[in-house]
Design a protein around this ligand. Structure first.
Ligand code: NAD
Length: 340
């Protein structure tokens, strides 16, 4: 049973990935500083899998604590690195917080991995690296565009740091996974996206509006050059996304990677407009959503959806769940947390 470190493992994508890792028989150690998560998530994971992961409350910005961790857990076979700050707007207001939390932490973890005999590393990257791509669907070969925010920049710099480290490292093998738009939650509604602050993303805003926490959803722009005029994104169910991490890790553990730094898009390959997402929500929930059309928002790209061939053929993973599945699970989760 290989021991896997999941940083940020109590967060939205991390917690779902821990569940899938445990289902596949991995022993999981979670590091999280609870800056954007709750300790209760540990109970949710345990209730789903019947197994409590090891948990270390630790801030990865503390270099000495990271060093101590790896001294104790020197049998870690792989690391999935989710821990980061992720609010785009906040990153514009406080760039140094983002550079410290998303870059320093990455460097500290890589420094420790460099001391191991063999190290396998999965990095949470994002489709934001492509900006408004010139061609759709977006392949992994599409050029990386100048970042729109410090947050987006941390993902680009993060990939560069890993790539440079891999060039000179005999033992490090890494995969950067570029997520499109992760949505939904585990079907049990025991874990999901925690509602801390005003949601930055569409789906939690939809469910919070439907449950009465927010008065109205604003759809930013209906005059884009798309079929219904609203922006198009590739919404990927978080459980599918979590499974992709397990597949990527198994690829590295089995030495099946072609180079020691690989990049894969993780999306469904299908773009959905904001109005289509709203319709999907209304269809599966039976609710009518209160929304209005608002002016365009600065920085929004018109359309982004993944070319999935590389993930399908090379990684051997493809998404399985639909947008309706994701919206139904997100709604179930929203109702569950409000009942507590
Ligand atoms: P999240 O905020 O739910 O999870 C991140 C977790 O990391 C949280 O539990 C937080 O407490 C922890 N953390 C943050 N800084 C830490 C530190 N210094 N030390 C220890 N723990 C720390 O976010 P998420 O949505 O699960 O995203 C996970 C990763 O995926 C992030 O790197 C994010 O940038 C990336 N990503 C997310 C999305 C998305 O839409 N959710 C899209 C693309 C990429």
């Amino acid at each position: 049973m290989s021991k896997i470190l999941v940083t940020g493992g109590l967060g939205f994508i991390g917690s779902h990935t821990v569940v899938e890792l445990q289902k596949e028989g991995f022993e999981v150690v979670i590091i999280d500083n609870l800056s954007n998560s709750s300790i209760n998530v540990l109970d949710g994971i345990t209730a789903i899998t019947g197994k409590k992961p090891i948990f270390e409350k630790l801030d990865l910005r503390e270099k000495s604590a990271v060093q101590e961790f790896f001294k104790t857990h020197n049998d870690v076979k792989g690391v999935i690195h989710f821990a980061a700050s992720k609010a785009v707007g906040e990153s514009v207001e406080n760039p140094l917080l983002y550079y410290e939390n998303n870059i320093n932490t990455l460097v500290y973890v890589l420094q420790e991995l460099n001391k191991l005999k063999e190290a396998n590393f999965i990095f949470s990257s994002s489709c934001t690296v492509y900006g408004q791509a010139d061609e759709l669907p977006i392949t992994e070969n599409a050029p990386v565009k100048p970042a729109e925010s410090p947050y987006g920049n941390t993902k680009q710099i993060g990939e560069e740091i890993i790539k440079d480290t891999c060039k000179v490292s005999a033992q490090l093998n890494a995969i950067a996974l570029r997520y499109f738009n992760p949505v939904g939650s585990h079907e049990s509604a025991l874990i999901g996206e925690l509602p801390i602050g005003v949601p930055q993303n569409l789906v939690p805003f939809i469910t919070q509006t439907a449950i009465g926490l927010r008065e109205q959803l604003s759809v930013f722009g209906d005059d884009y050059p798309t079929e219904d005029g609203t922006c198009i994104r590739d919404y990927i169910h978080v459980v599918d996304l979590a499974k992709a991490h397990v597949v990527a890790l198994q690829r590295l553990l089995a030495h099946k990677n072609e180079t020691n730094f690989e990049v894969f898009n993780l999306g469904t390959g299908t773009g959905s407009s904001v109005l289509e997402v709203i319709k999907s929500f209304e269809r599966v929930s039976g609710e009518t959503l209160n929304y209005k059309i608002a002016p365009r928002r600065a920085g929004d790209v018109i359309a982004a959806y993944a070319h999935t061939e590389k993930a399908n053929k090379v990684l051997g993973w493809k998404s399985d769940l639909t947008l309706d599945d994701a919206m139904a699970s997100a709604w179930k989760w929203e109702k569950h947390i409000r009942e507590q």
